[in-house]
Structures are given as C-alpha cells and as structure tokens.
Ligand binder design. Sequence first.
Ligand SMILES: Nc1ncnc2c1ncn2[C@@H]1O[C@H](COP(=O)(O)OP(=O)(O)O)[C@@H](O)[C@H]1O
Ligand SMILES: [Mg+2]
Ligand SMILES: [Zn+2]
Length: 504
Amino acid sequence: MFVKLNSAALVGLEGEPVEVEVDLQRGQTAFTIVGLADTSIKEARDRIYSALKNSGYTYPFNFRILVNLAPADLAKEGPAYDLPMAAGIAALGNKITISTSESLVAGELGLDGSVRHIAGVLPLALFARRHGLREIFVPANDAAEAALVPELHVYPVRTLVELLDHLSGKTRIAPYVRQEIPLAKILPEMDFALVKGQEFAKRALEIAASGGHNILLNGPPGSGKTLLARSLPSILPSLSPDEALEVTKIYSIAGLLTDALITERPFRAPHHTASSAALIGGGRIPRPGEITLAHRGVLFLDEFPEFPRTVIEALRQPLEDGSVTVARAHGSTRFPSQVLLIASQNPCPCGFASDPDGRCVCAPAHITRYQKKLSGPLLDRIDLHVEVPRVKFDKLASNELAEASSAIRGRVAAARARQTQRFTGSALCTNSEMGNTEIKKFCRLDNASLELLRAASERLRFSARGFNRILKVSRTIADLANSTEIQLEHLAEALQFRLRGETN
Ligand SMILES: Nc1ncnc2c1ncn2[C@@H]1O[C@H](COP(=O)(O)OP(=O)(O)O)[C@@H](O)[C@H]1O
Ligand SMILES: [Mg+2]
Ligand SMILES: [Zn+2]
C-alpha cells in the first residue's frame, strides 16, 4: 500500500520539491523515515502516533511504515513534514482514499491532532504556484501568508481530521478568502523635525536614502549619531509590491513574520556582540543573517569599531555584491543582502578627539589604532563620511521644529523615481548598485568637473573603487537637483563626503 503527497524544502529563499512517499507492508510494527531527514523530523514519529490516536484513527500496528522523503540528497529539517506524513499514514492505515496530486501539504502536528504554525509558508506557496500545483494546505494561522500568492487556492487546516476529510471528499475545508491588505502607514516614531541643527548630516542622510549609499557618522558621544541613524527610516520610500514580497519571504523563512505582508523597509541594528554567523547567516540548514534581514532596507552598525575585526571583514563581500553566500552541508546557499549600511563611530576610545576644547585623554597611538580598525577596504565601501559635531546648547534648547521627515521623504521619492526610470529593464534600483558599465553611461562629467576630480584625486589619492563611489554619489546629488547631467556643484558636494575617509 502506497501513497504520495507533495511538499517542499527550503533552500535559501526558494522551495525545492519534496515528495513524501508513504508505504505500508505487513510485518513487525516499525516506523522508519529515510531521505536525509534530521533529528527534528525523526521525532515526528512520536507526534504522529499520538496525533493519529487522538484524532480517532487506527494506528497501523503489525505493519512496517516506511516514509521516504525524496529526493534523498536534499537535506530536510523541521516539523513541516508532520502533516503530509501523518495524512499518508492515516489514509493507508484506515483505508481512506485521498487525492493529492495537485496540492502541496505542510504543517506541524500537535499531539492532539491539531495543526500548528510553521515558518516559511510564503516561499512554499510561491513554490507551489511555480510548479503548477493548484492548491496548498497550510496551518490555519499561516493561511493569510500563503494567500499573498495570487491564483493559488489556500486551504487553512486546523486539524489532521479536517485535512483527511477534505482530501477524501467527505467534508471540504472552506478556502481562505483573500482580504485587502491594509496599507495604513505605521508612522516611524522618529522624525527629523525633532533633530536640531545637524544640517550637514541630514543632507548626507537624504543623499544616502535617495541613492542607497552607505554612510558613516563620526562624532563625539552625545552628538546625536544614534538619533540621526534611527531617524533614517522616516525618509525612506515604502517598498514596491515586488520588494515587499521579497522581504516578506525572508522574514517568513526566518520565522520572524508578524504581519501578513511587510511594506516598510526593514531597519536592523544588531549589537556589536553579535557573532558573524548572526550577521551574515549560517547554520547547518542556513538561516538568513542580519544583513539579509536588512535586505532592501537599512543595516545600522552603531559604535562600529566595537564590532570584532572578523565580523567587520565578513561584511565586506556581502556589502560589495548585494548577496551573501552561506556554506551548507550540501553545496551553498545565496541570500540577498542589498542594504543601505549606516555606521557610527566615536573619533577615539574616549570619544573626544574631535572636540575643539582638547578634552581627549587618549594617547595618539591609541587613536590611530582605533581609527585603523575601520580603515582600508571597508572604509572604501562607504560613500558618505560625515562629521557629526555636538550641537550647541542654545540650539538644543530651542523649541523650533526643523524640516519634517515627510518633506525630505518627498524629495527622496522624486530622486528614486528618476533612478527607476534610468534603470528600467535592468535589475538595478538605485545609483549605488551601478557597475562600471552603468557608471560610464550615466556618470559623464564635463571638462570643469574632470579638472576638479583630477585635482582632488591627486590630493586625496582615491582608489579606483573610491573614484567610482564619488561618481555614483554625484549622480544621486544630480538626481536630487532634477538634473540630467552631473554638474560641477554636484561633484563638489560629493567630494566633501570623501575628505575624511580618504586621508585615513
Ligand atoms: N541634534 C539633536 N537634536 C535633538 N536631540 C539631540 C540632538 N543630538 C543629540 N540629541 C539627544 O541627545 C542624546 C544623545 O544622542 P545620541 O544620538 O545617543 O548620541 P550619540 O549616538 O552620538 O552618542 C539623545 O537623547 C538625543 O535625543
Ligand atoms: Mg550612540
Ligand atoms: Zn580620546
């Protein structure tokens, strides 16, 4: 006796087909699971036994149960196979004929036969549609997530009995009715209106938000670096529908999804004690790290020099490529990591080196060592270097409101619209993602600008990468000014944000 159900395994962000084959043969009672299943799946045997009993089904004693999760070379983990395995065993053991060829089944079982939430439902649903399956059976709590995928019949399953009754044609489960997803904006709690002064830093953040450029805030303690960074989301445009689905998929896999659909750009601020695995992803079956959770949004590394050197180094490649490769037992997995990096640092261990009143108590060698921590290749990947001085008391004490985030956000949106138009038909979204070809095409300079750039590069000794970054930032500044060409003033402004970085 044999039955087969469709399920799927998650490899990185994508689903891969898994067939759950159940076979029953007369013999001494036994239950074996084969097909590169980890211990969490093997534990399903006990759950399935209890769930069957408590759902009123006969457990097939005096049978050898064999479950094969095919293909065998694909590693599988987690409780999502509970439901298809149990459905197959209950059907064979109770002579219930079920029809399963057009559906995907996934869910964890409770001992009482109830069906529990699993992570990664959105990618499973996307997989089902891509593979021409018409319907998906998921835990009732996860139905809204599956329903994000259009044209797929979603059946919310509360119990094992419900599933078998449906598949055998006895009682059908009411399909999930898609609801309008409320796009009500959750207003960020921070607003630039409340940040006094700091015009230079705010301008830099506006440029960073517009073009997706990485940014470093450098200044003494209490100067408002953390405040500025945390205000950044308030000027970022919402995710496009495609981006929203992409980000939601990541959170679904990480088991961090709280709303049905994520529409706001993520903002992740891992602490400096986080391991490099937590930051870039990892694990036996790889999970996305912070840099992937920040995909299409912001990765904020506060007090950057406090992060271990190894962690800083591990970030280099993902920042450059916009994706991160995580090694796994069978091959490797790629996760996206297109982030806007914002980092902050004090100028020295005590924090006061850049203060004009000479309060710094650090030995010069210590200051150099501290600043060196960031130097070289990583610093080179930061487009905007910004000094954040302390704001004078009078200014801090005033009640005047600065420009509101909504106004800045409007300019950012306009600059992004220009980029969207520029990159129509390519995978690029923002200027920061341009490669050499695009830079040649879209960042032409007139003679006066070339002259300025030559003079600056002699003085500041740019690397080739640094050179390209200046051009990309200039492009964004021109976009903010609604200018088709990069003009001298745009380049000049872009250069201001390199002065410190290149002299390190
Ligand atoms: N420009 C500013 N406008 C309003 N409040 C500020 C400003 N700069 C700093 N603050 C306030 O001062 C405190 C310290 O700022 P914070 O951002 O933590 O500084 P840093 O991260 O540079 O050490 C916070 O309570 C912050 O709200
Ligand atoms: Mg701070
Ligand atoms: Zn100091």
